[in-house]
Design a protein around this ligand. Sequence first.
Ligand code: GLN
Ligand code: ZN
Length: 756
Amino acid sequence: MNTAVIGYPRVGKLRELKFATEAYFKGNKTQAELLSEAKALRAEHLNQQAAQKIAFISSNDFSFYDAVLDTACLLNVVPKRYQDLGLPELDRYFAMARGYQGDKGDVRALAMKKWFNTNYHYLVPEIEDSLEIKIASSKPFDEYQEAKELGIQTKPVVIGALTFFKLAQYLGSKQLVDFKADIIKAYQEIIQKFTDLGADWIQIDEPILVTDLTQQDIELFNEIYQAILSVKGKTKVVLQTYFGDVRDCYKELVALPFDGVGLDFVEGKQTLALLENNGFPAEKVLFAGVVNGKNIWKNDYKKTLTLLAKIKQKAANVVVNTSCSLLHVPYTLQNETKLTIQQRAYFAFAQEKLQELAELGQLLNEANPDNNATYKANQTLFTREREGANQVVRQKVAALKESDFTRLPEFSVREAEQKKAFNLPLLPTTTIGSFPQTPDVRLNRAKFKKGEICLNEYTEFNKQKIAECIKLQEEIGIDVLVHGEFERNDMVEYFGESLNGFVFTEKAWVQSYGTRCVKPPIVWGDISRSKPITVEYSKYAQSLTDKPVKGMLTGPVTILNWSFPREDISQKESVFQIGLAISDEVLDLEAAGIKVIQIDEAALKEKLPLRKADWNSEYLDWAIPAFRLVHSKVQADTQIHTHMCYSEFADIIKDIDAMDADVISFEASRSNLQLIDVLKANNFKTEVGPGVYDIHSPRVPPVAEIKATIEKLLAKIDNQKLWINPDCGLKTRGEKEVVESLEHLVQATLEVRKTL
Ligand code: GLN
Ligand code: ZN
């Protein structure tokens, strides 16, 4: 049976593309050098897929920065401010991605947003009224030709019209429909060009189809593709979807004159049912996404073969496909030297998934796969208990009851008690946790990791930094202090490393945006905590001052969302295990005299399901309880804070309040404080610290500006409930700007307080 890959990681097995591109940005590489390194990487990636005899290999899945940005350039969606720079094509492209400041001008970058439910970010296309849609780049065609010259017939990929134009931002008065005719023309031209070049297939990606669609969206989809496909000649077209199922438009989708349809059977909860209930046209090819493109666990061949057997009963022509682009998993296991043999046996990164596709393709041709050695080896992984099980933790999770998720006394009683106990001024000031990670802080950690200094030296240095940080905050006049997080490289990795059950990789990078990659930990086994993690530093920090110092933890949902989750137990069970471990830490902090504890849930919003109907059952019903579990056992006068990075949680405002924290701080300054109205309208009970200035910029906010922001906040929020803080951690900022900004924040608060 034939096999296909939706897209392959492009950054290179050792992030070669990242380093080449960054060298180019710094002027240490010429454009010609960058282009030739990119070409070599593309060749390597194509050859690897060809070696596993993948029948449908994608081209144009490469990008120097982002595929949505590539599509914008392809369709001439280049805002005037970038055109006016008069830069060469590649530099203009990078100007759109990163902004440009130089002798040609000063322009900001396009906005960046999360790509559906992944941790990848795309650049948001900006559509101006004056836009003239036309084919303005030869990239997809060149890359198709380039592959052909290597002897590989590829299926070029382009992002589909509906997805691209629905993700775009419309700056003028025109909307998507106003551009309809030109959009159709452009995509017709793309199909015609590939037909002229001799492509057998092209793949059009429409992940937007797995989100909630209106009747209007479905009609638009129908109309656009009826028109686009009317020019179809010899080149066949597969409409590819991923990240979910197409329950709103399955019938329309399979009725359109596509030659193939790509469906996701991994994340698409209803995909199989849609197929079984509605059938699939016999003359079309079903690209069945059965190899998970988002997680790193080996495929369970028994399950997949059973699934494929069901699929084959309904579809005559089936191709074994990945569930989405392999962009979302690391490149290869080959460079991991520290994994145990057992761990390694369970993982499949992108390169190993090619082999899985090949093996599945072969097993499907066999009458009796059960006797196949590959199959048997695969099944041993799924029939034996793997190392890392912890019965005590499992029993604890199984025994959880309603009261474990309920903090008593209720919020209003606690609030009154805490006001008395802490006796803070109105509008208390605080920060989110981290202070600048200056070169000395990073050097200290690096030396310790390399074994150049001992634990004692390492710790003493951090204590010194903590002491300076406490002194600084006291001098500035902040009310609730932090220790500064100097001992943490990353808010998830730090806890992962201290908990049992996580596995860390060395080179398993996944692209987050542009040249930036992240290396998520893997939840390998049952999670437990064997000893306190943060208590020593927190206790030390508190010993230096009479003001409260916040204990600082990462919440269970964020830890899970920024890791590769297990597939052998539910996310709910995993997050409760993490919750119990963090809860132990909370209680230890409390016992050590830490009266304010912040539990960050920076990534809570990130994994909210794409479809509203799934929000509660698939996510919130365990995510919110997981947070409640962490703090349910603390005393009434222990104040629990939480922090969230994006304030885009208007839709789940009631759930956020139901986390039952005492105080929440969040990022609000960039969204024009829109959320404030929502808080008021919903009678939000939790005390709030909507960030009063943007820490993502080195700019120092003037006192008057912060004052004006506080006044705006006070117009909507009861002064008994308002906290004053920056909008996120200060770790990436310079020391000087941090000191000045915080001085201004305190000054502004003092001035407003006088008027209350
Ligand atoms: N406490 C963390 C910090 O201050 C929070 C980081 C985050 O929200 N991303 O760095
Ligand atoms: Zn944040």
